[in-house]
Design a protein around this ligand. Structure first.
Ligand SMILES: *Cc1c(COP(=O)(O)O)cnc(C)c1O
Ligand code: SF4
Length: 474
């Protein structure tokens, strides 16, 4: 509950009034229109370099990977006259300071509206435009989630009691501007040196040994990087090894592949067969095997997505979705509602929507806690409860995922929220900071003071912590 209302003991009317919030998301009450027609046949025909590409070629994951665009010159070559001078210049300057390299599948390139790249929600996720960038928040961190602090084996982060995060690779089929692991994923850039690594089977034994020796670990998330970059034999080895450990009850395979390269599921028989063997093994062992994917908008969905999901449903694997809430991409009721309903239609369960982590290079993509809360509230009652995503803030510094309204304190003016995680890191207070440009002028003035004198923030935090202590049971 927000502590903005003041100390406990104030007259209820006053507390009640102070708790009334300005709506952060203004929408009419009519429901947005939906279409489940995921029909974008021949979308690639509008891309000059691919006009002569046949449907068969475009639907082949290998063709997609071979023709992925990983440089601006490559993009310019593919788009020809469809890429304006102005946009190219913006991208060039944007990439100079970007922590992430560029990598796009032809599928994505074809879905972007190149007549309006500045406002296109797909372009916004993958290629930065210089004029849209904002200075990083002074409290940003390369490892915002504190994953390195909780690392227990070479590729394993063990933060929560019964589940752990296994990162066998830090390579992906696309590179997202908003990547929370930009410190390791996707290779060095002009502004970042990274220790990116590919999947290496011989190096995983220490990680498996740790999991074997920790009987409380029932649930392993296989992420990265992206599991779609694992070879079929690697995917199978990880899956079967983990499911073969008696106390491991659940594994999830995290991949953005389904969203940005559905052709992997429709045409990479080796990979899908490996996934099927893992799924079958799990079913027979009475254990859960799921795929966790990452759609940001409905614009990433197509007839290939439908075909891919039919195949995954056919092999009996449950798919869930985790999105990052991104400014100008999916931060309105309409866009989030359409995403949730379309995922549900595809039999993908909307699982999480994360507030953007406080990593560098992404200030223009972050939203406030108020917006996140408002969106979460606006979705209530719109569809089946099990298809309503949980809006969470992964508390910076390793507090773990927290339900968006579970902060101990939130000052929307200064954009400071404080979180505790008694079951994970008892006694600690974690802070999330809203993007400064979204704050009212008083809040922006506060941060100018902080820039001039860091003690201002220290004082604020001490005051907040004293308040939290005074309100929590001894
Ligand atoms: C997200 C995450 C998990 C899985 O958490 P769920 O809430 O079960 O999805 C496990 N370990 C780490 C370190 C994580 O960040
Ligand atoms: S696919 Fe995931 S891990 Fe890879 S760059 Fe995008 S957000 Fe990061």
């Amino acid at each position: 509950m927000s502590q903005l209302a003041g100390d406990i003991g104030e007259p209820p009317e006053r507390a009640g009034r102070a708790l009334l919030k300005e709506p952060a998301v203004r929408e009419t009450h009519s429901m947005p229109r939906l279409s489940y027609e995921f029909d974008i046949e021949s979308c690639w025909k509008s891309i000059p370099a691919w006009r002569a590409v046949s449907a068969e070629e475009f639907s082949d994951h290998q063709w997609q990977l071979r023709n992925s665009v990983s440089s601006l010159s490559g993009l310019a070559k593919v788009l020809g006259s469809r890429l304006s001078e102005g946009a190219l210049e913006e991208f060039k300057r944007g990439m100079q300071t970007a922590p992430m390299n560029m990598r796009l599948t032809p599928y994505l390139v074809s879905l972007i509206d190149w007549d309006h790249p500045e406002s296109d929600p797909l372009r916004r996720q993958f290629i930065p435009m210089a004029s849209q960038l904002l200075a990083d928040h002074p409290m940003h961190q390369e490892d915002s989630l504190g994953e390195d602090e909780d690392r227990v084996a070479p590729f394993l982060t063990h933060r929560y009691h019964d589940k752990a995060l296994f990162l066998p690779t830090t390579i992906c089929p696309v590179y997202c501007s908003y990547c929370t692991r930009s410190r390791v994923v996707g290779g060095s850039t002009p502004v970042r040196d990274k220790a990116t690594y590919g999947a290496k089977q011989t190096a995983w034994e220490e990680t498996f040994a740790y999991i074997r020796s920790h009987p409380e670990l029932e649930d392993i998330v296989i992420s990265g990087g992206d599991a779609s970059m694992l070879r079929p034999d690697q995917l199978e080895e990880i899956g079967l090894t983990l499911l073969g450990i008696p106390h491991v009850r659940r594994i999830r395979i995290a991949t953005k592949g389904l969203a940005i390269l559905p052709m992997q599921v429709t045409s990479d028989d080796g990979w899908v067969k490996a996934l099927e063997r893992v799924t079958d093994f799990g079913r027979k062992a009475f254990k859960e095997v799921c795929l966790h994917t990452h759609f940001g908008t409905t614009r990433e969905m197509s007839q290939w997505t439908v075909e891919a999901m039919k195949r995954l449903v056919g092999i009996g694997i449950k798919v869930r979705n985790q999105s990052v809430l991104l400014r100008g991409v999916n931060d309105t009721f309409g866009s989030m509602y359409r995403l949730v309903k379309s995922l549900s239609w595809l039999t993908i369960q909307p699982y999480y929507v994360y507030t953007h982590d406080m990593v560098p290079g992404c200030e223009h993509l972050r939203t406030t806690i108020a917006t996140t809360e408002e969106l979460s509230k606006a979705l209530l009652g719109t569809t089946a409860g099990f298809n309503l995503p949980r809006f969470v803030c992964d508390a910076p510094g390793g507090g773990g995922k927290r339900e968006i309204s579970s902060y101990e304190y939130y000052d929307a003016q200064k954009g400071i929220s404080a979180w505790t995680a008694p079951r994970i890191k008892p006694g600690r207070v974690f802070y999330y900071y809203d993007p400064i440009d979204e704050l009212p002028s008083e809040g922006q003035a506060f941060w100018r003071n902080v820039e001039a004198n860091g003690a201002v923030l220290e004082d604020e935090r001490s005051r907040i912590e004293a308040r939290i202590r005074s309100l929590s049971p001894a």
